[in-house]
Design a protein around this ligand. Structure first.
Ligand SMILES: Cc1cc2nc3c(=O)[nH]c(=O)nc-3n(C[C@H](O)[C@H](O)[C@H](O)COP(=O)(O)OP(=O)(O)OC[C@H]3O[C@@H](n4cnc5c(N)ncnc54)[C@H](O)[C@@H]3O)c2cc1C
Length: 427
């Protein structure tokens, strides 16, 4: 995308085409203007239009330019925070409400894919959170216990069953979560965009919102070449936020995350690595993730940016790690490499912001935005339509607060990941 082979990598290579769109020109009106063409913006536009609202969606670059086109494609249920800790973080009402909403969020993703016939390599076979050593095993057992008492279909697999499912003896066990799955992330975003246009939304790409102003009872948002007047603004710009909502980006500490995709493994090897096509990641602090795509490529990722010295450090690390994790693959070549920035918040939980009257948005998904972004987009639509009052939202309204030492923390993430990957092959 935008002539950068390390921005969207494999996903851009294998995703179906996006709908034809153009930059905004002139002055148009709508009930709602949605800013951002990722999962949050697309889902909110879709649900608003299906309920009869007139909607304009403005995307600064292309559909899926942000996290939506760069991520690993794990459709996770819930956040990183342990289920029992959420009520403590958010209060009992918001905590249990968020658990319920996000625990069921993958179902909404899968329903939308089915309903709109989105070709995005959906796999419904669950995810495996792989335990590294006894501490990792303890962690997943506790997570399983906490989800289990809420009725979630989660199981702890022993080391033998984990090895059978993954094709590696590296792990002490794994948490299998049958609510979850994998997809081709850019294909999902582009498929949503097709559905959004079919529902009657006007999407303008290459249309960065530069400013907003109030004109009577309406909001007017301006891009380089046009304006939109609307009653509501939905802000769905998250970690790639620019323009009037750069504060959303500044609220987050950016964690770089890269992926390498191998060439297709071929039938025999593919049978020995994740034959069930679950998505997987481990319990390490600097975690690694791995999954297959539909053509049998192994997508392997971890923390770090593929730029400057990081490019060779992380690539060498990925080769060493794969040799150790899956020796049966031998010296398998990489076909694609890419990275993006994950927006982390200080308590690892997303935020709901009310920037001004009738200007609202969710952000800060901490690397878990496929299902939450989709479900929060639907919640935003319900809120704008007056069906979900503020008191019933899954998160409290919070101010946008920049964390202290943000820049230092971001440099530390990048340097720390390089140092860790320089020193050792993982697992
Ligand atoms: C490398 C990586 C791996 C990840 N892995 C996973 C994973 O496996 N599973 C998971 O669930 N999540 C994962 N995530 C997180 C997930 O991708 C994000 O949480 C998700 O994309 C957020 O969706 P969004 O629609 O809110 O924002 P985005 O997808 O980032 O979209 C925001 C859009 O807003 C646009 N924009 C910004 N400013 C303006 C403006 N002024 N005017 C107009 N448009 C603007 C941007 O161009 C962008 O397209 C990962 C993220 C990364 C980067």
């Amino acid at each position: 995308m935008l002539n950068d082979p390390r921005s969207h990598g494999l996903w851009e290579k294998t995703a179906p085409q996006p709908p034809a769109t153009e930059p905004l020109a002139g002055h148009v009106s709508a009930d709602v203007v949605v800013v951002g063409g990722g999962y949050t913006g697309l889902s909110s536009a879709l649900h608003l239009a299906e309920a009869g609202s007139s909607v304009v969606l403005l995307e600064a670059n292309e559909i899926g330019f942000g996290g939506a086109g760069r991520n690993v494609g794990l459709i996770n249920a819930g956040m990183w925070v342990m289920p029992d800790d959420l009520p403590g973080e958010l209060g009992a009402i918001h905590g249990e409400r968020l658990l319920d909403l996000l625990g069921n969020a993958p179902r909404l993703v899968m329903e939308l894919i089915d309903k709109h016939g989105i070709a995005c390599e959906l796999e419904r076979n669950g995810t495996l959170h792989c335990a590294v050593g006894p501490a990792g095993l303890k962690e997943i057992e506790e997570r399983a216990r906490q989800w289990g008492k809420r009725g979630a279909p989660v199981t702890v697999l022993d080391a033998k069953e984990t090895e059978r499912r993954i094709g590696s003896s590296a792990y002490a066990g794994a948490l299998l979560d049958m609510r979850a799955g994998t997809l081709q992330p850019l294909a999902y975003a582009r498929g949503l965009a097709h559905a959004v246009i079919k529902a009657g939304v006007a999407i303008y790409t290459g249309s960065r919102v530069a400013s907003t102003e109030k004109s009577g009872t309406k909001w007017v948002v301006s891009t380089d070449a046009g304006k939109v007047s609307a009653n509501w603004i939905v802000v769905a710009t998250d970690a790639y936020s620019t323009g009037p909502w750069e504060q959303v980006r500044n609220e987050q500490v950016h964690l770089p995350y890269f992926n390498f995709a191998t060439v297709p493994l071929g039938d025999n090897l593919a049978k020995s690595v994740l034959p069930g096509r679950e998505g997987a990641w481990d319990t390490k602090e600097i975690l690694s993730s791995f999954r297959m795509d539909q053509a049998g490529r192994l997508v392997f990722g971890s923390v770090g940016a593929l730029r400057n010295t990081g490019l060779s450090v992380h690539k060498n690390w990925a080769r060493r790690s794969l040799r150790k994790l899956f020796p049966q693959l031998g010296e398998i070549p990489f076909e694609c490499e890419w990275y993006g920035k994950i927006g982390m918040t200080d308590n690892a939980l997303p935020r709901f912001h009310k920037f001004a009257p009738n200007v609202v948005g969710f952000s800060g998904y901490n690397g878990r935005g496929i299902a939450p972004g989709t479900v929060f987009g639907k919640v935003l639509a319900g809120h704008v339509l007056g069906h979900i009052p503020e008191a019933d939202l899954p998160l409290p309204v919070t101010d946008v607060i920049e964390p202290s030492f943000r820049t230092v923390k971001e440099m530390w993430y990048e340097a720390g990941a390089q140092a860790a990957h320089f020193v050792g092959a993982r697992v």
